[in-house]
Design a protein around this ligand. Structure first.
Ligand SMILES: [Mg+2]
Length: 177
């Protein structure tokens, strides 16, 4: 159970993800969390830096998708407007939304990475399926109340251990199971 809480990689932000490293791990598809991972929670337009980076991912040959627990229709439509398949109201860490996203991208479990800012939803959800999990520091957006009360407390306890294992390293991910 405990190992479900630990990501394969821990980096400061999505922009610190080493794509060549992922490629060498056999990753072909990347599932992103939305709120406070790629945009601040509630933000409906994407900064140019994000748009450019997502385009770069696609040009580098990666498939991308978004899996979010957010229920707001506007948020789902926003992702689609940027041309990225998205699964909303996902109830992570349930397996189903991740499997749905993998199907949309046409990739297998061994080829899929999950990127998110929360251990209990993003990391645990990805680890349950044996996906390559990447934890990032949350963007400073306003949080869902349930997140602040429980998840962030747990993360405060776990982060020192995760940091000890990874530092903020782009390359020192532990090997996949
Ligand atoms: Mg999030």
């Amino acid at each position: 159970m405990l190992r479900l809480l630990f990501p394969n990689l821990y980096v400061p932000s999505i922009y610190d993800i080493d794509l060549e490293y992922l490629r060498r791990q056999g990753i072909r598809g990347i599932i992103f969390d939305l709120d406070n991972t790629i945009v601040e929670r509630g933000q409906l337009t994407w900064p140019q830096k994000l748009v450019t980076w997502m385009e770069g991912l696609k040009e580098a040959g990666f498939k991308v998708s978004i899996v979010s627990n957010n229920r707001r229709r506007a948020v789902g439509e926003m992702a689609k407007a940027y041309g990225i398949p998205a699964v909303f109201w996902a109830v992570k860490p349930r397996r189903k939304p991740f499997l749905k996203a993998m199907k949309l991208m046409g990739v297998s479990r061994r080829e899929t990475a999950v990127v998110g800012d929360q251990i209990l939803t993003d990391v645990v959800g990805g680890n349950r399926l044996g996906l390559f999990t990447i934890l990032i520091n949350p963007l400073p957006g306003k949080e869902f109340i349930g997140t602040t009360l429980f998840s962030r407390q747990l993360e405060r306890l776990l982060l020192p251990r995760i940091r000890k294992r990874h530092g903020f390293s782009r390359r020192l991910g532990h090997d996949r199971r």
